[in-house]
Design a protein around this ligand. Sequence first.
Ligand code: ZN
Length: 152
Amino acid sequence: MTSEEMAQHVAAICRDESIRVLPHSRGGRASKAHKVIAIRPVKSAITYAVALHELGHVLGPWQSQPRLYAEAGAWKWAREVAGIWTPSMEEKMSRSLHSYVLWAERRAPRIKLPEDDHEFWMLLGVPPEPRKRAPAKRRRRRVSVLRMIFGR
Ligand SMILES: [Zn+2]
């Protein structure tokens, strides 16, 4: 699949689904309500993966669920519709989902992580076992101790 074909595939989906495309300088954004995505031009496997991921936020599953589920749903949809799925695209998906796990853990326990048997963890590419909430809590406690010492 050439990068030209990747760009045409994304353009065809946008045309068929009446989704508007806005330019974006880095990464991507999507609004399901407004049927609009903001992406970089599709010129590589990575920009193709990200474009499909953003389309997945409009057309994919789990989009009305909490953030981590929505992210996984958008990647699941992207991988299903992609004309090609390279190791670099898989890595992009895995890194992206991992960054959301780290984000959720920093906000623990307010953000709910998907259940151990949720497809999220298969998409992420690692079993749920290695994730721990403990380090985030410990770090938070250390910060508050410093606050007690230094008064801020
Ligand atoms: Zn996303």
